[in-house]
Design a protein around this ligand. Sequence first.
Ligand code: NIG
Ligand code: FE
Length: 409
Amino acid sequence: MSSLLIHNIGVLATPEGVEARRGEAQGKLRVLEKAWIYTENGEIISYGTGNPPVTFGEKLDAGGRLVTPGLVDAHTHLIFGGWRQNELAMKIRNVPYLDILAAGGGILSTVKATHAATEDELTAKASAALDEMLVFGTTTCEAKSGYGLCPDEELKQLRVIRRLNKEHPMDVAATFMGAHALPPAYKENREGYLRLLCEEMIPAVAKEQLASFCDVFCETGVFTAEESRRILECGREYGLIPKIHADEIDPIGGSQLAGEIGAISAEHLIVCPEDGIDSMARGGTIACLLPATSFYLNSTYAPARRMIEKGVPVALASDYNPGSCPCLNLQLVMNIACLKYRLTPEEVLTGVTLNAAAAIGMADKVGSIDRAKQADLVIWDAPDLNYLCYRLGSNLVHTVIKKGEIKHG
Ligand code: NIG
Ligand code: FE
């Protein structure tokens, strides 16, 4: 048996429980001063304040620092070939994201680079990104396919995710996103691609148990709300839980659909209308917001405060991808969420831990410092949570602990 006692914690801050927190509860944390946490075999056994219990295993002095749950990044496009630094000059000239895509660039150029890469190459590249995420305090993440857009290539991406789960300490939840763009060969045959998705790709993904979730880019020029409904309902028949990229650029009904079909999460929501928020509140959908993407696209910011007011749980994620957000640093996401969404540090911490875990169906295992959860923890070079959200541009991680083992620091 391996055990670890973390003692001399200045402040322990965590949301509580195994479900997403909404409304006022999103901003309520358990905050303990002069605390300790005891873990065995990768699991949290107990925590408390004052004198720690007498234990015989490994001990770690937190030096009076802040300790939180490991961060959870609930939205990434982790598996891709190449980069798109050539788009920066176009961005600076204000060429719109959807225009770059319509001209065969954007997502479609990453599709080419991803096709050209072998499974080994994609695994090595994604594994290096996971290493970097750990260094910034992320201990669990989600990853989507979507740069394949044909059966073999989508399965290749998902097999990389499966391999990463075996080879890398990070837990990676897998999402099938064959509906990320319409492949150019189907430009005049949308129905043909929808049938390929529903009749070949989704059944193949389910048969190999390669993903837990199905996601669609519901956007002008990509997939309509009705097409998105069809794909997500088909996915659900095969056991894939629906997620949806909604209202990122144009509000074409994605958030309303998310609530209607009870999607576990809706992503982006930059231009989410009131009735979309209402629909998500009714459907129990988590708003998975990506503030670093708003920053990167120089767009407006999702109405996060309104969502909290209306009882929609808010999760915060990076959207790490080679186009609209080549950033995997959740600390920066936390800063932007405070400054642009006007969320409090407490609401933000819940957004990058428990609510993010709930958005990927893992809130029973990770996302809070509770008994019987995985011992995924971060010791921060910060005296308290305000400091963590206030400093900008530094990596404040001191030590990262994954399943009771020190992985960094
Ligand atoms: O979430 N919006 C769609 N997909 C990604 C971007 C992917 C890309 O540009 O390569 C996103 O922003
Ligand atoms: Fe995305």
